[in-house]
Design a protein around this ligand. Structure first.
Ligand code: HEC
Length: 325
């Protein structure tokens, strides 16, 4: 029934069929192929089935409105269907189509209802390690285990009343000192180990143990400050993965107070994970992209170790001891 008006035109029935096929193909294969180009990942990002369904329903509604726009359009659309049913294209094609439709429908219903044996969809691996460099395994935190030289330097600085602090907290501490004029600049860390250290300092004899405990208090303070600046938005004040940004991520930021997280891994692994973030994860940790940033790009090693030290402390957890230690 296609009317020829000079140019080539296809019948509306076939243009509807072609539109459906093209749109389906674009969503099903076009978008995943484009995603691969855009993200550069070694796998495509498929469009979820429910979304494909929604797009196709919208397409159908649009096409329905288009076809029923006028009686002429409707006539033209129905032309091939009526032609088929009245055997204008022959009896055999009509028979074949009339047999095929119920068979295909029946097959689809069978496919949807028959119980299937399928591999379970693979669970995400929480601690992927296939690309974890072994040399990190026995790594010990230089912050949690300060060397003697660091402790001695700390004692000297404390005696002189000029303890080095990370630049990020320096202005705040200076302002606090101006406002309160404290006896010692470390007074703002009002914990028992620090008080004991300051008392020994006043008395003139400081034991290394006390100094070490106080130095760890200083590191904790710095680590907490760095945590608040860099990690809190996702991992939260309570380190339980409930920061203000957390709800925005499909793969939620880790809850460090959960027993299955930082407690089950060695320090070196945590260090490696924080350094490389989501981009450093191997393929077994995909296809969900982790929003965890690549911290080696913006934090020094020392800052990362201080944060990790504070992170374990805030979560009240200890790292796993490496094998054979
Ligand atoms: C943009 C949000 C975001 C920020 C900011 C962020 N993280 Fe994460 N982090 C995540 C997400 C999401 C995960 C969980 C997914 C995964 O396993 O990679 C995660 C996982 C981790 C893990 C892995 C825990 C485990 O059990 O393997 C550690 C450790 C971690 N983050 C530490 C940090 C530290 C330290 C900082 C700050 C320096 C930080 N994160 C900042 C989002 C974030």
């Amino acid at each position: 029934m296609s009317k020829r008006t000079g140019k080539f035109r296809i019948n509306r029935f076939w243009s509807v069929v072609a539109t459906l096929i093209v749109i389906y193909a674009l969503i099903k294969w076009g978008i995943p192929a484009a995603s691969r180009e855009i993200t550069g990942l070694p796998f495509p990002l498929p469009v979820p089935g429910t979304l494909i369904f929604m797009y196709m329903v919208l397409t159908l509604i649009t096409l329905f409105m288009f076809v029923t726009f006028s009686n002429d359009y409707m006539e033209e659309f129905l032309g091939p269907i009526k032609g088929l049913l009245s055997a204008r294209y022959g009896k055999l094609p009509r028979l074949l189509v009339l047999l095929a439709v119920p068979l295909i429908a029946g097959w689809q219903v069978y496919e949807a209802t028959v119980p299937k044996i399928e591999l379970p969809s693979s669970l995400r691996i929480q601690h992927p390690s296939s690309n974890f460099p072994r040399k990190f395994e026995a790594m010990k935190s230089p912050i949690a285990n300060p060397p003697d030289t660091a402790i001695e330097a700390f004692i000297e600085q404390a005696k002189a009343g000029e303890v080095e602090l990370i630049a990020q907290v320096q202005p705040d501490v200076e302002r606090w000192m101006e406002e309160t004029d404290p006896e010692h600049m470390l007074d703002f860390i009002a914990t028992a180990p620090m008080k004991k250290f300051l008392a020994e300092l006043k008395g003139g004899t400081v034991s290394k143990e006390t100094a070490k405990a106080a130095l760890l208090e200083k590191y904790l303070f710095e680590g907490r400050a760095l945590y608040a600046m860099n990690c809190r938005a996702c991992h939260g004040d309570s380190v339980s993965g409930d920061g203000p940004m957390a709800d925005g991520f499909k793969l939620r930021p880790i809850n460090f107070t959960d027993n299955g997280t930082i407690e089950t891994i060695v320090e070196g692994y945590t260090f490696w994970r924080v350094a490389n973030g989501g981009p450093g994860l191997p393929t077994e940790a995909t296809p969900w992209d982790s929003a965890m940033p690549e911290w080696k790009l913006s934090l020094t090693e020392e800052e990362r170790w201080k944060i990790i030290f504070a992170e374990y402390d805030l979560a009240e957890k200890t790292p796993r001891i490496p094998e054979g230690h």
